[in-house]
Design a protein around this ligand. Sequence first.
Ligand code: HEC
Length: 307
Amino acid sequence: MPAGRAAVVFTAAAALLSNSAIAAETPDELVARGRAVLEAAGGCTCHTDFDDDGPPLAGGRPLSTPFGVYYSTNITPDPETGIGRWSDADFARAMREGRAPDGSAYFPVFPYTSFTGMSDEDLRALKAYLFSLAPVRRENRPHDVWPPFSWRLSARIWQWLHFEPARFSPDPSQTAAWNRGAYLVHAVAHCGECHTPRTLTGAIDRSRWLAGASDGPEGELAPNITPHETTGIGRWTATDLVWYLQMGFDPDGDDAQGLMRETIEHGFQHVPRTDLEAIATYLATVPPIENRLLDHADHADHADPEP
Ligand code: HEC
């Protein structure tokens, strides 16, 4: 490998993992880093039942999908009703392979299809953070989904058809910032889970990556965030995007709603600016796809008003 390229691979890997720093980490530092991972994941707010004043991360939140209503699970360290008995390996397997400790398959409403890209170090830190929280006793609710989507076996078949566990691998031809952004968007922040349309069987349609979805979780519309000029966010500057992810205001001053607002409030607003800039760097390079879901005429008007 040419020396220049080796240096890029090395910096990319170092930016992702910062190995040397991690080796000397204290338990408190591990927990603090885990909190930062949770924030980069948008705060894992699907596991909080805000409508019912549910305790943070104790599950029970209804997530309506075209297949019925799934209830998120308790991910506090309660040994009976949460994940308190899980080993690091159990946690990593759930996140990266979509398997429960008893080996059964999770439904893809749990975005392991993205988390599969996460690094060992980020998963170890995230688990340490979750285990530093107070355990909450709250029984999981059975899903309210019609057959055959309610059968665990169908989740297994779905995985067989659509899912291959795979760690994120940096692209040596890109900069460290681009790779960091790609890692966050693909794996940790799982932007594609909401912003990419799905096929009839509920798989992410990779050919329309980030082109927006009108039937996202809770039936919300998640707009096109490809750099398409008129139907995506092609006219947003990197600063516009960083501002949106920090403050929740788009370039027109409209505030983010619904799930996006939650992920900003409980997560993205705390993410270091360099990471948000890395996200913007990566997003500017994904293929622009035309897909008008929102009326972006407002944004477009700044540049060239339609006649
Ligand atoms: C849990 C689902 C979910 C996740 C995860 C998510 N988003 Fe969103 N996003 C939404 C929804 C829903 C909206 C629409 C918000 C509104 O209507 O105000 C939105 C809106 C946006 C917008 C505004 C677009 C516009 O045209 O107004 C941007 C930009 C955006 N998201 C970027 C991101 C990025 C970048 C990530 C990952 C770092 C991400 N989102 C992760 C659900 C999500």
